[in-house]
Write a protein that binds this ligand. Structure first.
Ligand SMILES: NC(=O)c1ccc[n+]([C@@H]2O[C@H](COP(=O)([O-])OP(=O)(O)OC[C@H]3O[C@@H](n4cnc5c(N)ncnc54)[C@H](O)[C@@H]3O)[C@@H](O)[C@H]2O)c1
Length: 293
């Protein structure tokens, strides 16, 4: 029997977690949004509110939709509040050790039949599943950023994922109005396997002095018709996340073509992680973003 998902838990209230909570609540699901950081919970709820208001401004939803969605989200710093969730989507940092730690705290809290999904951008679903007590009810549920805007969700089975688990999540993501693309469990799946090497190459192009930040982004916007330049996109994704994905590709596929650009490493070492820290390839602290190189 396919489990019907009614209540959703989200672990991590960062840019992806709060976006997932947003679309689930708007889709009529009750959501528990959990994070270890009170500051992130508050910032996450502020983002949800701001993004719902933006959707009202664009005529996509009504004020009643917003008010209803907000009452559907229960923000919390208490992991035990996830105990009655049918599906929990983990959206903590792209770091295997952090994710493993979350699973060991989370699994004893979950009901036995609950499904655990990870929003990882790149890490092996099979390996993450083995760090849980429920590999058959574990899978990759990879939302795209920004979640309320992007239509795609990649669903990824691990070696042990049961068909019922996969089917319940497919039905769930379609109820959110998203389109599913099924990916095999390979490093970085499909979207990031293609997208991140392009971003990394843009950073090499900057590193080797072929063009400035502005020139590279303009070239790809106007020359390849991309909606935003690759360096702007990297800042949007988060440079720590970009670096982690490149490392997973580099190590997982053992091919030097995926070597993370040393300049990307340097930005991450500086704590210049993009929009979320107000500085990356652009400086966002003033009125308009200013290129940092
Ligand atoms: N940024 C993107 O464009 C993007 C797109 C798709 C998928 N993802 C994936 O989504 C996940 C989250 O990325 P993000 O960009 O939202 O990161 P983020 O840095 O914005 O947020 C991570 C959140 O996890 C929280 N966290 C850390 N440890 C925790 C713990 N033990 N328990 C509970 N919460 C904890 C942090 O406080 C933070 O709020 C990553 O796996 C990432 O690869 C990111």
């Amino acid at each position: 029997m396919v489990l019907e998902i009614k209540k959703v838990g989200v672990v991590g209230a960062g840019q992806m977690g709060n976006g997932i909570a947003h679309v689930c609540a708007l889709g009529g699901f009750h959501v528990v949004l959990y994070d270890v950081s009170q500051e992130q919970i508050e910032a996450g709820m502020e983002s949800v509110q701001a993004n719902l208001n933006r959707q009202i401004g664009k005529g996509k939803i009504s004020e009643e939709d917003r008010d209803r969605a907000l009452t559907f989200i229960h923000p919390t710093g208490n992991i035990n509040d996830l105990s009655d969730a049918d599906l929990v989507v983990e959206a903590v940092n792209e770091n295997e050790q952090v994710k493993r730690k979350v699973y060991s705290a989370l699994c004893p809290v979950l009901k036995p039949e609950a499904i655990l999904g990870t929003n990882t951008s790149s890490i092996s679903i099979t390996r993450l599943a083995s760090a849980t007590d429920r590999p058959e009810r574990f899978l990759g549920v990879h939302f795209m950023n920004p979640v309320p805007v992007m239509e795609l969700v990649e669903l990824v089975r691990g070696i042990a994922t049961e068909d019922e688990t996969f089917e319940a999540c497919r039905v769930f993501t379609e109820k959110l109005g998203k389109t599913v693309a099924v990916s095999e469990d390979f490093p970085a799946f499909m979207v990031n396997r293609i997208l991140l090497p392009m971003i990394n190459e843009a950073i090499y192009t900057l590193y080797e002095g072929v063009g400035s930040v502005e020139a590279i982004d303009t070239a790809m916007r106007l020359g390849a018709n991309h909606p935003m330049g690759p360096l702007q996109l990297a800042d949007f994704i988060g440079l720590d996340t970009c670096l982690s994905i490149m490392q997973v590709l580099y190590e997982g596929l053992a091919d030097t073509k995926y070597r993370p650009c040393p300049l990307l490493v340097k930005y991450v070492e500086a704590g210049w992680l993009g929009r979320k820290t107000q500085r990356g390839f652009y400086d966002y602290r003033g009125e308009v973003p200013v290129p940092t190189r």
